[in-house]
Design a protein around this ligand. Sequence first.
Ligand SMILES: *[C@@H]1O[C@H](CO)[C@@H](O)[C@H](O)[C@H]1NC(C)=O
Ligand SMILES: *[C@@H]1O[C@H](CO)[C@@H](O)[C@H](O)[C@H]1NC(C)=O
Ligand SMILES: *[C@@H]1O[C@H](CO)[C@@H](O)[C@H](O)[C@H]1NC(C)=O
Length: 823
Amino acid sequence: MANSINEKFHTKITLLSLYLLLFPLVANSYNPDYNLAINCGFSTNTTALDSRIWVGDNIDNSNLFTFIEPKTTNPSLKSSPNSLSNIDIPLTTARISLSNFTYSFSSITNTPVFISLHFYPTSYQNFDPSNALFSVKVNNNLTLLKNFSPYYEKEKITKEYCIQIKPNEKLSITFIPNNINHSNPYYAFINGIEIVSMPSFLYYTDLNDPKYLLKSLDFDNTEYQIHNDKALEMVYRVNVGQNQVPPNQDTGMFRNWDSDFPLYLEKEYPQSVSTVYGSDHPNYLNNTIPNYTAPEAVYFTARSYGMDVTEDYNVTWNFKVDSSFTYMVRLHFCEFDLLIKNKGDRVFQIFINDILAEQYADVIYWSGGNMIPVHKDYAVKMYSQNGSSEIERVNLSIKLQREPESIYTNYRDVIMNGIEIFKISDKNNLAGLNPIKHIIPSSPNRRSKSKKSPIVMFALVGLSCLLLAFIMGVIVFLRRRRFESQFEMKESHWKINNEGSSILPSHLCRCFTIVEIRAATNNFEDIFIIGVGGFGNVYKGYIDGLIPVAIKRRKLGSRQGLNEFMNEIELLSQLRHIHLVSLIGYCNEDAEMILVYDFMEHGTLREHLYGSDNEPLRWNQRLNILLCAARGLHYLHEGAKHNIIHRDVKSTNILLDEKWVAKVSDFGLSKVGPTGISMTHVSTMVKGSIGYLDPECYLRNKLTLKSDVYSFGVVLLEVLCARPPLDHSLDKEKVNMVALFKKCYNEGVIVEEMVDPFIKDSITSECLKCYCEMVLSCLHGDGNQRMSMSDVVGTLELALKLVMSGEDGKFDATQKGGSKAIG
Ligand SMILES: *[C@@H]1O[C@H](CO)[C@@H](O)[C@H](O)[C@H]1NC(C)=O
Ligand SMILES: *[C@@H]1O[C@H](CO)[C@@H](O)[C@H](O)[C@H]1NC(C)=O
Ligand SMILES: *[C@@H]1O[C@H](CO)[C@@H](O)[C@H](O)[C@H]1NC(C)=O
């Protein structure tokens, strides 16, 4: 009893600390000198959900600002929206008037400021929303909005500007209703105003900085400068790759960073990649850019092409903008993939508005290294379709293309982390067309269909994900404690550690309800079973009725495998690589422990080697599959933040998708590898599969990254010979494939005898030699003598090249040196 109370108490504490961890009270990297938020039409000062204080405009705040309106028959009034649904301060009240009204601010700093105007277009009292039509001017000079009629949009509208006023000048913002004669006159309204100072040269050009270049993409390709007399309107600010970053998680300037999908990214095609942020931080030591430029969450999530995509396409974002203006496009980059370290590792091309902006974009070259953020700025003038000076809505596209020539780059891939687009004022005007409702692009692509749910749904899913992440976090934490004695590896400092940073990355995977899972599998009907694993069944299902997925369901009531289950969620949801099977989501309602993965159309590698009716794979196909799998493992070993030992590499854990791209699956047994120098191996209970086990591992209980290399060596041999590692139907001396191979090799016996007859003719002796040497190295009894996964990747690349060039004599046992090819 006491115990359970204790545990409840403990849960609470954990929840609290998890909360603190989820919303860490990090010091902002920028503290604005001037920071004022006005809740228009409200009488008192209030604190919004994001903990910001909003001052009312109805009380005497004259030390902060003054509210000015002419003495007319139609004084302004304050009102609440007629329907209040799902809105927070400052949208819950508005200032409305049929006459001009002005907010005037003195003692503004000398730095530029953000001005944000918040509008909630709906009906107020007996004001018809369609009669809201007005202009907004700054200091009676700069026009921010003209004939503005926000009522097309049901959602809230926020307009954000950057301006710099002259020293000692006051700032005034005036709202001017259109005074066209009308039986039902026009009015102006405003719900919230924010003024926040910003660093002098965050967006304005520092004329004293010789390194800064705002590249003009006009015909002459000269330099462009944004001087203090210009005003900017932020039209798009996007966190590429993953979630929205809300104002309270900005670097201190309350900027909002939208999610790039589904509104702007053309299709969901490109990979979204992220690093595990929280413990690591971007490196600003080299002073490339100030640390307040963009939040960590922007730099640590990105989109890339997928390193082994065969079809060439542009990763494209589309933004609707007003023609006749020049725009500043800022692209944010940060190379966090630890495999990309040097200049020339990932070089790609950038097109803005279909103009080649960068022919050799190289983030490492720009920033100076991995984890160092950098941005590139471009000025592009947008013209109307037919060249008229009328303002039209036109498309500003940003496209990333792989470097066409692989001699310029090690990886043919692209990366981008964030986008900001600013409209630059022209003759003291920023006003363009009225906003239109965002239309979420429809696409015949079935994958994107499921994501077509409205933004609200996204928000809800996000929220519930967050909530579930909490619960899961708590569960993980508690289970860890409860099962601590069963833990073979107490040294594990991967993610969950004594500092207690155990949080499932809710931004990386979706949470399913048990209802959704039951619908997907027709209530776990047997005919949907596609596999039976150690911890339960695997079902094929369709989520949202369309997308095929693999659903792994833990046996009800079985405790066995719980650690594996938790391990897998934690690991998979943070590891994204084209050659790792993607975790789509999970479900842990009703005591169920369910994982949802990408469905892999072509099943396991083994099914295509032996024991099935499948057509045998060609040699180059096999090499390609092995190369993909090797890259996946290489990523686990070296690309991720911690070295991860897979521990169960085998041909049934290499899966093939509909395009025959191989992906490594089943991280249930994965463990984090040693990180400290003193710890060169992890003591562990023997796990893994018979026939693939590293002898060092079961003889000496020593598990290292090289244990995976051994198992991969077994797979390499399995692929070459198309037979299982242990085949008891064979003569005694042939049962063990590895032993047989080593015996043949040592005795100089013809190894070709072992090669799968289907591929014999397509292997050149050179290729076989290279391959067998790799296999031998992988299967070396001493782990230290084995090659690394990175060497395996290199060797397979070479072997594949040999096959592609294919000029060398075909394999032939009679050929001179053929039988000694591997000797
Ligand atoms: C409102 O402001 C506009 C622009 O500054 C001005 O032209 C107009 O005369 C003003 N109206 C009144 C009634 O003051
Ligand atoms: C308003 O419009 C009516 C009819 O269109 C016209 O008779 C009247 O003179 C107008 N008033 C003003 C002030 O323009
Ligand atoms: C990518 O876009 C650029 C600019 O529009 C174009 O020249 C190029 O052909 C496109 N590449 C592909 C693969 O579509």
